[in-house]
Design a protein around this ligand. Structure first.
Ligand code: SIN
Ligand code: MN
Length: 220
């Protein structure tokens, strides 16, 4: 697991907020997802690239409840995620085909879970996933089990990038709470962002046809 503190430049964070705001109010934008048992998640979500359906725990081109297609992942988002990915050179490079954007209000949270619904090829290669945090600070938990009392706690602040790959790929992780009024003042001034936190998770659901896709070797 690699944590890149303050990796996303202020101007890029500002750009990401305005792009998320624009995408979030359009077709395929933010909604409150439910789990299989009917419980609503304590966050707002939108999927870019492909749709992630938390009820069925599966990926697809459109979302079942309104038929909206997942908007394309902006190139600028991909670029930032891939630059962070290459900084953590111990992990293979991914070409993200899905970006899940979560918006947590100050009462938002997310229980401990594993990310293990990608294709078998993606998981077998332990392709990393990359998360970017913007806005208020979150207390982020991770550990080997679902037990939150045994989990390690770290703060994810605005601009932090966290990459889970290799042996850390299937760690349990979640957000216990969002800390009120902790977003940088310049971000609030420049974007007028409401209290809360945006988290973007990039992953490669499926390997492409390139045999070296997701591989980690020097080709020449
Ligand atoms: C997630 O695991 O889906 C999001 C994690 C976070 O919000 O930091
Ligand atoms: Mn997750």
């Amino acid at each position: 697991m690699v944590l890149l503190k303050g990796f996303v430049k202020p101007e890029d964070q500002i750009g990401m907020v305005s792009m998320c705001r624009q995408l979030g109010k359009g077709l395929g934008g933010f909604y409150r997802p439910s789990l299989k048992n009917g419980a609503k998640l304590n966050l707002w979500m939108m999927s870019l690239g492909k749709n992630w359906d938390p009820t069925a725990r599966s990926y697809g081109p459109t979302r079942p409840f309104d038929g909206a297609a997942a908007p394309t992942i902006p190139d600028a988002f991909k670029m930032i995620a891939q630059t962070a990915n290459s900084t953590a050179s111990e992990f293979p490079q991914i070409n993200p085909d899905i970006c899940i954007v979560n918006y947590y209000t100050n009462s938002g949270k997310l229980g401990l879970h594993q990310d293990k619904d990608e294709s078998e090829s993606s998981l077998t290669k332990c392709l990393p996933f990359i998360t970017i945090s913007i806005g208020d600070t979150a207390e982020f938990l991770f550990g080997d089990t679902r037990d939150k009392d045994q989990a390690t706690k770290i703060n994810l602040e605005s601009g932090d990038v966290l990459i889970l790959g290799g042996e850390s790929r299937l760690l349990f992780h979640g957000v216990s709470h969002v800390k009120t009024n902790t977003a940088p003042s310049w971000l609030k001034e420049e974007t007028g962002i409401r209290p809360g936190r945006i988290n973007l998770t990039f992953r490669q659901y499926k390997l492409g046809t390139n045999p070296y896709d997701g591989d980690h070797r020097e080709l020449l």
